[in-house]
Design a binder for this molecule. Structure first.
Ligand code: ZN
Length: 468
């Protein structure tokens, strides 16, 4: 930050404080609660939060729910791998495996599986925290797709309970486009490659994804009983979806998946944007990063109305060579034109990080901050995290959860961590809640409604208690 932006921030800050909390009462209350984290938790639980903009459905479901679903599906548990597996043809479990249903009455088995599916009680040894985290997803993917509605209902209920009003969930990915991608290959003339995929029948895949997403949303609403009770707290949470492109796939597949995502977002109002997922430090993610950004750049030009958020800078020194830390956030902003950045942790290691901050501030690029996830996967916590830098530079930020089930966290817990570790003021927390709706990808009319509703929630939350 240069000195003039510093002066600007110093000038604006008191005004911001005053506007957010005219009497200063909430600021005083927060300061008092800081010494008592459980009481601060209770305060933050009730506080209006706006939306959670960064959460992956499969990682957001708690292990306990996967175990219940596995029992219903008649799955088995492989104890050596700590994972769920399909039963034999006759419905029995393979030699050495046990029925997953047993976890409902055998606490030793239950605890072993919960620890295996999540970061609970994890101690790094032969397996790193990073590998245990990403390895968790394969351990519960034998659970049938039929549970998606119930799983989304779990997320929505949890959001409602914490006074959230909006969720943007990553719940659909581009895998079904891969067989066609493999027939066509990669054409580095993207226009030509796009034509080839469309001539090859990509829109049939898009239609299939469209039906799947609509079905997912229908089953979520059915699981919550929203037709009968549209005004229940959970049914009042607005839910939209983001498309996941799997960045660890070969380039021809990444191109086809991304194209499918953009075309789906153009026809399905439930899908409000496209994201790139999987470990950013993976071999292909690192090798093809620049190519991926060019693919997104091309698709954004071709489909300018489609929103993009990119996981970028989910890296730390040592995880990758220093050269790998220099350009991911910048290319996501400058080349791909991402409107939001997921994580943005390696900020300080980027070439001209101060210039990058100014660019992000000027372009109003929101950073989705996932504190527990960054701690667990990257070992980045406390004063190693760039959250204060983003705040100081005036880059918009919002707190999100990433994979609350695997991380054993939830949005209130993330806010508690932010409030304590970074001594955030009430004004800053409130600004983040507002950002989470302002920078949401939901359609404008619904966004306006949500933003108005958030202010009403804040008025109710900030109202002094009646004196008896
Ligand atoms: Zn993520």
């Amino acid at each position: 930050m240069n000195s003039s932006t510093f002066r600007l921030a110093a000038l604006l800050w008191p005004a911001l404080l005053l506007a957010a909390d005219p009497s200063g009462a909430m600021e005083a209350r927060l300061a008092q609660l800081r010494a008592n984290p459980p009481a601060l938790y209770a305060f933050l639980l009730r506080m209006p939060k706006g939306g959670d903009l960064h959460n992956h459905l499969t990682g957001a479901v708690y292990a306990e729910s996967y175990l219940d679903a596995a029992a219903e599906d008649g799955l088995c548990a492989n104890l050596r791998a700590g994972s769920l597996v399909l039963p034999n043809q006759d419905g029995g479990c393979a030699e050495g495996d046990v029925p997953a249903a047993r976890a409902a009455r055998d606490n030793a088995l239950r605890n072993e599986l919960i620890d295996s599916f999540s970061m609970r009680a994890f101690v790094p040894g032969t397996e790193s925290a990073h590998d245990h985290f990403f390895g968790a997803f394969a351990k519960f993917n034998a659970v049938k797709a039929g549970h998606r509605g119930a799983f989304l209902a779990e997320l929505t209920r949890r959001a409602a309970e914490q006074n959230e009003s909006y969720l943007e969930v990553m719940a659909i990915n581009g895998k079904p486009a891969n067989p066609l991608a493999d027939k066509i290959g990669l054409n580095t003339d993207f226009d030509r490659g796009r034509e080839q995929l469309l001539a090859g029948g990509l829109d049939a895949v898009v239609e299939q994804l469209h039906a799947r997403l609509d079905d997912t949303e229908k089953s979520r609403r059915a699981a919550l009983g929203c037709d009968a009770e549209p005004n229940s707290p959970a049914c009042r949470v607005a839910v939209r979806y983001l498309f996941e492109v799997l960045r660890e796939s070969p380039a021809n597949q990444v191109f086809a998946e991304a194209l499918a995502g953009f075309r789906l977002a153009a026809v399905d109002p439930l899908l409000v944007g496209v994201s790139f997922v999987q470990p950013e430090d993976g071999a292909i993610s690192m090798r093809d990063y620049h190519l991926h950004m060019r693919i997104v750049e091309y698709l954004r030009k071709t489909y300018p109305k489609i929103h993009v958020t990119l996981h970028a800078g989910e890296l730390a020194p040592g995880l990758v060579p220093p050269e790998g830390l220099r350009f991911h956030i910048r290319e996501a902003v400058e080349i791909a034109g991402a409107e939001r950045i997921g994580h943005g942790v390696d900020l300080a290691y980027e070439t001209d990080s101060e210039g990058l901050l100014l660019l992000m501030r000027r372009k109003r690029i929101l950073v989705e901050i996932n504190l527990t996830s960054n701690d667990l996967i990257l070992g980045v916590r406390g004063n190693q995290h760039p959250l204060p830098e983003y705040l100081k530079a005036g880059v918009p930020v919002a707190i999100s959860t990433d994979d609350e089930g695997v991380s054993r966290t939830h949005l209130t817990q993330e806010l508690l961590r932010a409030a304590i570790d970074y001594r955030l003021s009430y004004a800053e927390l409130k600004e983040m809640a507002r950002n989470s709706l302002q920078y949401a990808f939901v359609e404008e009319a619904e966004k306006a409604r949500l933003r108005k509703d958030l202010e009403e929630r804040f008025r109710a939350f900030e109202k002094p208690p009646a004196i008896e």
